[in-house]
Design a protein around this ligand. Structure first.
Ligand code: MG
Length: 404
C-alpha cells in the first residue's frame, strides 16, 4: 500500500470510529438481526469492515459503537480478532449521538476516521487517501464519487418537477476523516445546540464551518443498505472463481548399455552409452508424460503406449509427451509448468540444459520460462552412481476449468 514519506515519519495518533449501532430496518430489521452482523462469504459484515482498518498499520485505535442489545453479536463477530487496538462502546438514540459516544471513548487522537460498519469493502486506497489528506493539513476529508446518474426531483405524486444539474454533485462515502479536536468540538456544539438530525459527520463539520475536502472514493466501497445488497454481496463471494490448480509427478529409469548417444528431453547427446528401452528410452520425457497424465487421472504412459505394441518400437518419445498434452488440453487443462530433474553421473547435462528446455517448450507448446530442467549426480552411489542407468523425476502443473 502506498505510504507517503510524510505519514510514515510523523507517526500520528489515528483512531477509527466504526458506527454499528443501527437497527438495519431497511435490511429486514431485527427478524434476521441487524445487517452489520449478517454473514457475507461466511464472515459477518462488520468483521470484514474491522479487518480493513486492522490491516492499516497507521491506525492505532478502533472504537466500535454498538447497540446495547447487540453485545453477544459483536462479541461473536470480533472473537477471531486478537488485537488490543479494538474497543467497543455503546451507541445513542441517533447515529449522531452514537458517533459522539465513539469520539468520547477515544483516549487521545490527532485524527479520527468515522466509518459505517455496513461498508465492508472499503479499500486501502480510500483509507490511505483520507489519512494522507489529513496529514497534509485538511481539517476534514470526505471520500466521494462524482454523481453520474441524471437526477430528478419529484413532487408528492411522484411527478418530476425538475432535473437537477449534476455538475459539482458528489455521493458521499465513509470513512470521513477529521482532525480529532475539531470534529469532537463540532459534535459537542451540535448536541448543545439541540441539533441531532445530521446524517453524516461532514454535515456537522460544514455546520461548524470546517472546510471539508473531497477526495476520490471507490465504486467498490458500497453501503449495504437493503436485504438485496446483503444477498448480492454474499453471492459475489459464492461466485468467486478459484483456479483448479493440479500437480502431477512422474518417475522413470532406464538402463545404460553400450552405444553412441543418449536422448534426454528430446535432445541427442553424444555419449559412449545409450539408454536401453522399447522406444528411444528418453527417461525425462517419460517421467514428464506420466506427470501430465497424473493431473487428470488419465493413467500412465504404459496405458497409452504399451511397450508390447510394436508400433512404439524405437519411437521418438516426444510423441508420448505430445499425446499427454493433447489429453490434458481436451480435458480443459492449461499447462503452466513442466519441471524435470535428471539423475545421472554421465553425460554432463549442464551444457545441454537450455536446448532441453527449448525442446520441452516446443513439444508442449508453452513458454520457455514455464519449462525447467535440472540435473544432479547420484554421488557415485548405487546403480546410477555406477553409471548403469539414468533416472528422471518430473512435476507438471496444470490449471483446469478456465478458458484461456
Ligand atoms: Mg520409460
Amino acid at each position: 500500500m502506498p505510504q507517503s514519506e510524510n505519514r510514515t515519519s510523523l507517526k500520528s495518533n489515528i483512531a477509527v470510529v466504526i458506527v454499528a449501532a443501527g437497527r438495519g430496518a431497511r435490511a429486514g430489521g431485527l427478524v434476521d438481526g441487524p445487517k452489520q452482523y449478517r454473514n457475507i462469504g461466511g464472515q459477518p459484515v462488520i468483521a470484514r469492515t474491522v479487518q480493513a482498518f486492522l490491516d492499516n498499520d497507521d491506525i492505532n485505535q478502533i472504537i466500535i459503537v454498538t447497540h446495547p442489545d447487540d453485545d453477544d453479536l459483536i462479541a461473536n463477530a470480533t472473537s477471531t480478532f486478537n488485537s488490543d487496538k479494538i474497543a467497543i462502546t455503546h451507541g445513542g438514540a441517533t447515529r449522531q449521538l452514537s458517533v459522539l459516544n465513539g469520539l468520547n471513548a477515544i483516549q487521545s487522537a490527532d485524527y479520527v476516521l468515522i466509518h459505517d460498519a455496513v461498508r465492508p469493502f472499503v479499500t486501502h486506497d480510500v483509507i490511505n487517501g483520507a489519512i494522507t489528506e489529513l496529514m497534509s493539513g485538511s481539517q476534514a476529508v470526505l471520500p466521494a464519487l462524482a454523481v453520474s446518474d441524471t437526477l430528478k426531483r419529484v413532487d408528492a405524486r411522484s411527478i418530476i418537477t425538475d432535473t437537477v444539474p449534476r455538475d459539482h454533485l458528489y455521493a458521499a462515502q465513509t470513512p470521513q476523516g477529521f482532525a480529532y479536536a475539531a470534529i469532537h468540538n463540532a459534535h459537542m456544539h451540535a448536541q448543545h445546540a439541540g441539533r441531532t438530525d445530521f446524517t453524516d459527520d461532514c454535515a456537522i463539520a460544514e455546520w461548524a464551518s470546517i472546510p471539508v475536502k473531497i477526495i476520490a472514493g471507490s465504486p467498490k466501497n458500497i453501503k449495504l443498505t437493503t436485504i438485496e445488497d446483503i444477498n448480492m454481496a454474499n453471492q459475489s463471494f459464492q461466485n468467486a472463481v478459484f483456479a483448479d490448480v493440479r500437480t502431477g509427478n512422474g518417475y522413470d529409469v532406464h538402463q545404460l548399455v553400450d552405444g553412441d548417444h543418449v536422448t534426454l528431453c528430446g535432445v541427442d547427446i553424444p555419449h559412449h552409452k545409450r539408454l536401453s528401452g522399447h522406444s528411444d528410452a528418453d527417461v525425462a520425457l517419460h517421467a514428464l508424460t506420466d506427470a501430465l497424465l497424473a493431473t487428470c487421472g488419465a493413467g500412465d504412459i504404459g496405458d497409452h503406449f504399451p511397450p508390447t505394441d510394436p508400433q512404439w518400437k524405437g519411437a521418438a518419445s516426444f510423441i508420448f509427451l505430445e499425446k499427454a498434452a493433447e489429453i490434458v488440453r481436451e480435458k480443459g487443462g492449461i499447462i503452466t509448468n513442466a519441471d524435470v530433474s535428471l539423475i545421472a553421473e554421465q553425460p554432463k547435462i549442464g551444457p545441454h540444459r537450455d536446448k532441453m528446455r527449448a525442446s520441452l517448450a516446443n513439444i508442449l507448446n508453452i513458454d520457455l520460462e514455464r519449462c525447467s530442467v535440472k540435473a544432479t549426480t547420484n554421488e557415485k552411489i548405487g546403480f546410477i552412481g555406477r553409471e548403469e542407468g539414468i533416472a528422471a523425476i518430473a512435476t507438471a502443473t496444470v490449471v483446469y476449468g478456465v478458458t484461456s
